[in-house]
Design a binder for this molecule. Structure first.
Ligand SMILES: NC(=O)c1ccc[n+]([C@@H]2O[C@H](COP(=O)([O-])OP(=O)(O)OC[C@H]3O[C@@H](n4cnc5c(N)ncnc54)[C@H](OP(=O)(O)O)[C@@H]3O)[C@@H](O)[C@H]2O)c1
Length: 267
């Protein structure tokens, strides 16, 4: 795919996988738009790419008006949208029995409704350009994971919604795909929500052993180019999806062993 005449909107592009996507897409010659809640992080991103076709806007995807504005300003800046990557996302680490329900709702607002708002706003332009809608899901969108109940629910919801959209878009020649990464080295576990819906502030993983955001972004771009339906990333991620599909009870046991020690959630 020649990205030089493509406009790509990436939500949550100031950090992690989103930022790696923005960098890679700019290198490939695309015009790129991105958003996030923190002005300073977006400003630093823009300062790192002076003179490049990069549009940034402070927007919280859980707010419908912000999403409409992000998409509208992207279209007015670049003339339309070929590819929308719904990447902005939030995780959690809390047991259902301890967590407050508003924390679950926040996860749905960002991960599911954020995607719905942005996709609805961008769809007419994407249909006109026979483009692509992407959802950055997760392994937790294929298999419920303890401590991540609402994160899992939001990604299952994402995949169901996109699967329906995919078939609705056949007649328009629009490709719809969702990517399920395993553990990727980013800030997501540190900013994940605890029982009270506040940032945890630390990661339980050795982040240096995980796939890099840059490698993950490369797989995502490759899937867009090949107009794939879905992609599962990392060896552990693929194994988890496979065992959960064909041996679900065994998967329950392995997952319990991995995430719990002496009855406590340790990851
Ligand atoms: N890292 C992993 O292990 C992993 C695995 C599977 C799937 N994923 C998925 O990959 C996507 C990206 O995650 P990541 O690991 O790159 O996370 P990250 O490092 O925490 O980055 C998240 C990005 O999204 C933005 N963001 C967060 N909430 C937002 C909101 N309400 N509105 C607009 N922007 C928002 C953040 O900027 P601000 O804070 O400034 O808003 C930041 O730019 C997520 O959908 C996540 O679920 C990640």
């Amino acid at each position: 795919m020649d990205f030089r005449n493509k406009v790509v909107a990436v939500t949550g592009g100031s950090e992690g996988i989103g930022r790696a996507l923005v960098e890679l897409l700019l290198q490939r010659g695309a015009s790129v738009a991105t958003c996030g809640r923190n002005h300073d992080k977006l400003y630093q991103l823009q300062a790192a790419f002076p003179g490049m076709p990069l549009h940034v806007l402070v927007a919280d995807v859980s707010n419908e008006q912000d999403c409409n504005q992000f998409i509208a300003t992207t279209i007015s800046t670049f003339g339309g949208i070929d590819i929308l990557i719904n990447n902005a996302g939030l995780s959690m680490r809390a047991l259902i029995v301890d967590a407050e329900v508003h924390a679950f709702k926040r996860l749905m607002d960002v991960n599911f409704w954020g995607m719905v708002h942005c996709t609805k706003a961008a769809l007419p332009s994407i249909i006109e350009r026979k483009g692509t809608v992407v959802g950055i899901s997760s392994i937790v969108g294929n298999r419920g994971i303890p401590g991540r109940s609402a994160y899992s629910a939001s990604k299952f919801a994402m995949q169901g919604w996109l699967e329906a959209l995919r078939v609705e878009m056949f007649q328009h020649n629009v490709n719809v795909l969702w990517v399920s990464p395993g553990f990727i080295a980013t800030n997501i576990r540190s900013v994940a929500l605890n029982e009270q819906g506040q940032q945890i502030g630390e990661t339980p993983m050795d982040e240096s052993k995980l796939m890099s955001a840059e490698e993950c972004a490369g797989y995502i771009i490759n899937a867009i180019e090949k107009r794939k339906r879905t992609v599962v990333l990392t060896l552990t991620g693929k194994a988890t999806v496979f065992i959960s599909r064909f041996f679900p009870r065994l998967a329950d046991k392995y997952i319990h062993q991995f995430f719990f020690k002496n009855g406590k959630l340790i990851k």
